[in-house]
Design a binder for this molecule. Structure first.
Ligand SMILES: Cc1ncc(COP(=O)(O)O)c(C=O)c1O
Length: 365
């Protein structure tokens, strides 16, 4: 007789700290006593324009919701292959880039294998590494959030990590990685996964997707969560070396991307001009938000190539700033972890969101 069902669970999972996802809006609205439609949500780098109207029309009218989705997401892959000018065989869809991060690790990591991580960065890299029993070798970023190249080279020599995940631009600071650094990393026997969730908001000149076929150790991940406003439908994709894909397809859950998500992705990819108009509006609003934040004496915003702006809070308590905004129904992200003490991150919303946010911040002067 087993006395505790938890004895079945792998000990490393029992001992792992939880990943703390954000609360649903109705729960937050109830807690704050503010109606859900009055909340200004600038805490999770979502797209304030949401999906295209065409997407809302088709997802409400889905004829085939009772049928399992295409396990190979053929139509979406074909559209992505055309858009990026790559082969369909190099393209794999996931339930968000998040699923692909975990899938790559499941495919590559044996317990104890090493993964190079450069915090502060997207938390799922170290989280999924722990789930998959990788040993995380942390090489923290420098104080301006750029990569510590000497430290990384040293860690590669000493620990021989099997893979590295790098967000380009990085979350939470929004900085792009200089191409020569990526090239130098690719010269090592190391699988380099570039996570380009926010690349559409940047002016990056290098298109790393075009380079995947030139290397056998480069993977590029993208998502429709930010660019196409589909975060709630969960759909992201990766461009992989073609000979890596059969194993990926074997390891992934067969029906990982829902019918609704595949349909929404197809409609979005058929209306890329509209997506790009929304992107341009977000980039313009980022500039306006940056200028307004720069004028607040106790905030130091960092220039960003993504749809959010990280700020250092000086001379005030960052958690207090977060709480005061929250009470007014304005949700931002407060960090208090190594390298990010006294920092807040604000997603770029619509102009009216910027105005309300800045009003409240100015009242705190
Ligand atoms: C750097 C980075 N990569 C990936 C993701 C997750 O993307 P998805 O919604 O496609 O899972 C996020 C989400 O915030 C992110 O910041």
């Amino acid at each position: 007789m087993i006395s505790d069902i938890n004895t079945f669970i792998r000990p490393n999972l029992m001992n792992m700290p939880d990943y703390k996802p954000i609360y649903p809006l109705d729960v937050i609205a109830d807690n704050l006593g503010i109606p859900q439609d009055q909340l200004i949500k600038l805490d999770a780098n979502e797209n304030p324009f949401g999906p295209l109207t065409e997407v809302l029309e088709i997802t409400g009218l889905l004829q085939n919701a009772h049928i399992y989705p295409d396990p190979e997401s053929r139509r979406v892959r074909a559209l992505l292959a055309e858009y990026h000018q790559v082969s369909e065989q190099s393209t794999v869809l996931g339930a968000g880039a998040d699923e692909l991060i975990d899938l790559v690790m499941r495919l590559v990591i044996d317990p104890g294998d090493r993964l190079l991580n450069c915090p502060p960065t997207f938390g799922m890299y170290s989280f999924d590494a722990s789930v998959n029993q990788a040993k995380v070798i942390n090489v923290p970023r420098l104080s301006d959030f750029s990569l510590d190249i000497a430290g990384m080279e040293h860690a590669i020599q000493e620990h021989q990590p099997k893979l590295i995940f790098l967000a380009n631009p990085n979350n939470p600071d929004g900085k792009l990685i200089p191409p020569e650094i990526i090239k130098a990393l690719l010269a090592h026997p190391l699988l380099v996964v570039l996570d380009e969730a926010y690349i559409n908001f940047s002016a990056a000149e290098n298109d790393w997707i075009q380079k995947v076929s030139e290397y056998d150790n480069l993977i590029v991940l993208r998502t429709l969560s930010k660019w196409a406003g589909l975060a709630g439908l969960r759909i992201g994709y990766g461009i992989f070396p073609e000979n890596f894909v059969p194993a990926l397809m074997k390891a992934k859950q067969p029906y990982n991307v829902s019918v609704a998500a595949q349909e929404a992705a197809c409609v979005s990819l058929l209306n890329i001009e509209q997506l790009n108009q929304n992107t341009t509006s977000i980039i313009l609003e980022r500039q306006r938000l940056f200028e307004k934040l720069s004028k607040i004496s106790w905030l130091m915003p960092y220039p960003s190539s993504a749809n959010f702006i990280l700020c250092k809070v000086t001379g005030k308590n960052a958690q207090d700033v977060n709480q005061r905004l929250r009470k007014k129904g304005i949700l931002i992200r407060h960090f208090n972890k190594p390298g990010l003490e006294d920092h807040i991150r604000i997603s770029v919303g619509k102009p009216e969101h910027t105005d309300q946010l800045v009003d409240v911040l100015e009242q705190m002067e």
